[in-house]
Write a protein that binds this ligand. Sequence first.
Ligand code: SAM
Length: 270
Amino acid sequence: MDVFSARKVIKEALLHTYGTVYEYDVCFVLKYCFGLSSCWAASTDIGDIWVQKVARDIRQGIPIQYICGIEEFKGKPFLVFPGVFIPREETEDLVDIAIDAVPRGSRILEIGVGTGVISISLLMSRRDIMAMGVDINPLAVINTFTNARRFEVDSRLQLYHADVFSLIEMPMSFDFVLSNPPYLPDSDRLTIDELVSKEPESALYGGFTGVEFIHKVIDILIKTGFHGGLLFEFDDTTQHYLRSHEKMSVSRVKYYKDRFGKERFALVWL
Ligand SMILES: C[S@@+](CC[C@H](N)C(=O)[O-])C[C@H]1O[C@@H](n2cnc3c(N)ncnc32)[C@H](O)[C@@H]1O
C-alpha cells in the first residue's frame, strides 16, 4: 500500500475512535508504527496486512502509544510497553522544575517510574546526580530498565520492583524525592475515558479523594527521618484535599502551574 492510501486508512480509524483527527497523530503512527522517516515519504510501500492490523487496533480503542510501542517525551522516543502508564506531556514540565530544583550531587528517589521518563530525562540533563526508582508494576521496572539502557543512563539508575511503602522503611539513602503518583479520585473509575481505562489501575487512582497516596508518602518520609525535597504532580481539582495535610499548608510549599495554566506540581521541603 502506498503512503497516501495508508494515511487514508489510519485517518479513518483515528476518526472512528477519537471523533477528530490530528495531523500529529497520523504522522506519529506513520513514523513509529511503519518506520517512515517523513509523513509524506510518498515512494515508500507499506505492507497492507500491517496497515490493516494497526487500523483495527486503533478502532478497538487501543492507545496508539501501545500499538506503536513509543511515546515522545522531551523530544525523545521512549519505549512504552502495553500495561505501563503512558507518559503525559505536562510531566515534561515536572522534569524542567526538577532540573532546577534538585541540589547538586543529589541521590534522588523516584516513586512510580512507569516508563522511566522522569528519572531518565533528569539523568540525561544532570550528569551530577544518581537515581533510584521503584515501581509496584513489574512491567514498568523492565520498561524503565530498557529505556535507561537505550539512553545510556543505566549505570546511574538503580531500580526496584516493590511497593514503595515497604521499600521506604528500608535503610536507603536519598536526598530528593520525585513522583508523578497515582492521583485520580476513586470515583473517577465511573467516568474514566475509554482510552485511559486501557492503562493499569495502579497507575491512576490515588485513593478516595485522590491525594491519599501522596499523603501516605509524606507521612512515611517523615517517619523515616527524611530531610530533603519532595516534588510531585497532582490533579488541580484535588488541591484543597492536598492542603489538608499539615506539611502541605505551610509557606515552605511551592506550587507550580503546568503548560496549560493548571496548578499541577508541588515542591515541599521536609
Ligand atoms: C501516574 S504513573 C507515573 C509513571 C511515570 N513516572 C510517568 O510520569 O509517566 C504512577 C506509577 O506509580 C506506580 N505505583 C503505584 N502504586 C505504587 C506503589 N505502591 N509503589 C510503587 N509504585 C507504585 C504505578 O505502577 C505507575 O507506574
